[in-house]
Write a protein that binds this ligand. Structure first.
Ligand code: SF4
Length: 150
């Protein structure tokens, strides 16, 4: 069993109320091979919600209090993002899950690259807040593109 970003399985949990569905992941869900989670919803944020990016670093710096997650309407939502990451870690720990397939570029689920906080579609190397926390606890995270291209 792996964790998966819920939006990849067709659940409408994205900031804009839509999803990032892929038939491969929907089939994995139907076979009970993945457990869907949405860290932003688990952190208490509504759907739809404003688009967010990390400003001043990446997920690991948000966890350290050295960067912030900011919405495009200028709210500091770092606390909700950290809470969501902790909830996902609890779920993984309770279920004994050691791997995750997460959506690219998200300030929560991003793995390898995230947006740079300028809301201009510019990517920088690094991970989202939940990915950073899971990896710190020994859970292997890969993004959906890597998984699909294997
Ligand atoms: S937080 Fe993760 S699971 Fe939730 S919508 Fe964003 S990318 Fe998908």
């Amino acid at each position: 069993m792996k964790l998966i970003s819920a939006c990849l399985c067709g659940i409408n949990c994205k900031y804009n109320g839509k999803n990032n569905s892929d038939p491969v992941f929907e089939a994995m869900l139907a076979r009970n091979e993945v457990l869907p989670v949405c860290p932003e919803q688990l952190g208490g944020l509504p759907t739809p919600r404003p688009a967010c990016e990390i400003i001043g670093g990446t997920g690991i710096e948000v966890l350290a209090g050295k960067a912030r997650v900011i919405s495009n309407d200028k709210q500091n939502l770092s606390e909700a993002f950290i809470r969501g990451a902790e909830e996902v870690l609890k779920i993984a720990t309770d279920a004994g899950i050691k791997e995750a397939i997460f959506q690219s570029r998200s300030p929560s689920c991003g793995c390898g690259h995230v947006y740079d906080g300028t809301f201009s579609a510019h990517l920088i190397p690094g991970d989202g807040v939940t990915t950073a926390l899971l990896q710190r606890h020994g859970i292997k995270v890969e993004n959906e593109a890597n998984f699909l291209n294997k």
